[in-house]
Design a protein around this ligand. Sequence first.
Ligand code: NAP
Length: 277
Amino acid sequence: MIDGRTQVFGIIGCPVGHSASPRMHAAAYAAEKQNAIYVPFPVADMSHLPAAIAGIRALSIGGINVTIPYKEAVIPFLDSVDPDAMQAGAVNTIVNRNGILHGYNTDGDGLLLALVQEWGWEAKGKHVGIIGAGGSARGIALALCRASVAGLTVYSRTGIKTSALCRDISQYTEVPIVPLDVWTGVYDLVIQTTPAGMAGHNEGVLPLSDMSWVYPGQGVVDIVYKPEVTAFMREAQARGARVLGGAGMLAGQGVLAYRHMTGSECGYRVMRQVLGA
Ligand code: NAP
């Protein structure tokens, strides 16, 4: 029931109609008996972004998630940005504390939370291979370094971007980060961060045509969440890998965003179930 005390949260992006976040957060409010609602706010283009951010303050909206294409663009409008989000160069969660807007990024840590919840997997001391060198790869790589992985290897189709990402992240960590020209796949965990498995993308450009590098028991993650099971995941599973799709990371980032926004906890399973698990 909405009443005079209901707190408003939401998500900005373009588009936002496809977002699972309203359903995830609504399920958490119900489970945790929070008097709150979570609303999708489409922001049609960049020219509306300053007014959208001002609206968070003006309407005392408690917190906002940020999705494509505004994760980087919101940063100059915030009063403070968490150092981890600053290193990632992107904010996916804005919290309004008495008119002061604080930015966070829960994507990378959300994936780590999902790995703990799904597999009991701890990053410390592990060797991880990341496919892709975009925004998600960056956030995930930083989170893995904070969690003390033994080493990171990054592979993408654009070598110059791979090298730049590794060089950049190396400023923030002692963890060895190596750009790779030829994929070998010999890692405890492999994380696929490109949109290649999404409908309409060409999967053939990834090191997927030959997946003989997969070994039984290896951890393999695809952060793509539509479709729920990608060809990459299917092939890895067929070769005996332990496989996790993008719904895990989506639920994990949601749980951490909920914590920032409400100051309380919600169960990972509550959000994960909304995504069909
Ligand atoms: P991004 O910043 O655009 O980075 C994409 C990366 O993938 C780049 O390295 C790009 O290489 C590479 N790439 C693009 N298309 C490719 C293809 N067909 N084959 C091989 N490499 C390709 O994108 P992003 O924000 O990191 O998002 C990537 C994916 O993660 C999207 O599918 C998104 O939906 C998903 N995602 C999931 C979650 C979750 O919670 N599960 C969260 C965030 C994002 P070039 O630089 O050479 O183009």
